[in-house]
Every structure is written in structure tokens, then in C-alpha cells.
Design a protein around this ligand. Structure first.
Ligand code: SAM
Length: 179
């Protein structure tokens, strides 16, 4: 099952860190790609490229000018669409139904204003609690529930650096030294 994240309406000045953080969370919690719409911003690609270069995997960043068409195409190709919104159904009440579908999942996260059309295009409107908070937090929890925690435990054979977990202090294995 593939998971792709769609970030709506990126704004260069207001979202510059938020959208990069969404990309890093998407990668770290098991998605294969983030697609964003709004203003084109190559800093998102640059941030992700630096991380992938050291920490591995083949996570991609893509830009779309037409997010509605992207969603419709995703559905036409047999994928399911989740939209994260505090107005949706609490994730704990819907996660079993979503998992049963066993299809590739497109997870939509909003920016400033999410038009009502997206609520109708989505197969599942999912809330991570019903309080307003952050798209980054919502995405992390959603991906973790979808993957059952497996996404964040992935290891990458092409990683150049890896962490060796330790109770105290920091240990980083630098595989480049062994080459
Ligand atoms: N006011 C905006 C709207 O019209 O939907 C929401 C702004 S919020 C800062 C940005 C995004 O964070 C939302 O579009 C949604 O994807 C996500 N988000 C924030 N709180 C959420 C929650 N409780 N559950 C799910 N997603 C949430």
C-alpha cells in the first residue's frame, strides 16, 4: 500500500517551514511522496533532498498546479482519499474502515482555507480530535495510525547515517566512514 500526502495551497512566506516539516513528517512516518499546490517553492525540494541524501529512502516532492485534478486522477486509478479536518470523524472511529479498504491512500492536509469541495472529493474526512491545531501534528498521528506504527520504524538500505538508539547521549553511525 502506497501513501502519498497532498499539501494544499502552499504560501512561500507564511508556510515556508510548515510545508517542509510536513514533507519530513510524511517521509518519517511512511509516505512515499508529498505533492503540494499553491506557490511553487524549490526550498521544499532542497530540504527533503538533503535529508534523503543522508538518511536514505527515495522520498519525492512534487508540485501540482491542479490539486483537484490530482485527487480525481488518484481516485480514478483506484486509490482512496483521506482529508484531515477537525470537522471530520474522529480517527479512532474510522481507522478500521479505512484499513479494510486496502488501497493506496492520498492524505490531504489543508493550509489557510480549505474549500468545501475538498470535503466532498474525500472518501474519508478524518479528525485528529476536534480542536484546531496543526497540520504537522495531524499528519503525524494520521500516518502513524494508518501504518500501525510501521512507517516510522522503516530502515533504509541506502542511508548514509543511522542512529544507534541509546538510553543516554547520542550515537550516530556514519556509514560513509566504512566506504
Ligand atoms: N481554518 C482552516 C480550514 O478552513 O480548514 C484550517 C486551518 S489548520 C491550521 C490547517 C490544517 O491543519 C487543516 O486544513 C487540517 O488539515 C489540519 N488540522 C488542524 N487541526 C486538525 C484536527 N483537529 N484534525 C485534523 N486535521 C487538523
Amino acid at each position: 500500500m502506497e501513501i502519498v500526502v497532498l499539501r494544499l495551497h502552499h504560501r512561500i512566506t507564511r508556510d515556508k517551514r510548515m510545508s517542509s516539516h510536513l514533507a519530513l513528517v510524511a517521509r518519517a512516518f511512511g509516505a512515499s511522496k508529498i505533492v503540494y499546490s499553491g506557490e511553487y517553492d524549490n526550498r521544499i525540494e532542497q530540504t527533503v533532498a538533503q535529508i534523503v541524501e543522508s538518511w536514505g529512502g527515495n522520498f519525492n516532492v512534487e508540485y501540482t498546479q491542479n490539486e483537484r485534478q490530482y485527487i480525481k486522477e488518484w481516485k480514478r486509478e483506484g486509490g482512496v482519499v483521506v482529508h484531515l479536518t477537525m470537522f471530520g470523524i474522529e480517527i479512532d472511529d474510522v481507522i478500521d474502515d479505512l484499513r479494510k479498504v486496502e488501497k493506496d491512500v492520498l492524505v490531504i492536509v489543508g493550509g489557510a482555507k480549505v474549500e468545501i469541495e475538498f470535503y466532498h472529493l474525500a472518501d474519508f474526512n478524518i479528525a485528529i480530535g476536534h480542536q484546531p491545531h496543526s497540520e504537522v501534528a495531524a499528519l503525524a498521528i494520521c500516518l502513524d495510525k494508518i501504518t500501525g506504527g510501521k512507517g516510522r520504524k522503516k530502515r533504509y538500505s541506502n542511508a548514509r547515517v543511522e542512529i544507534e538508539p541509546c538510553k543516554k547521549g547520542k550515537k550516530v553511525i556514519d556509514k560513509r566512514r566504512k566506504e
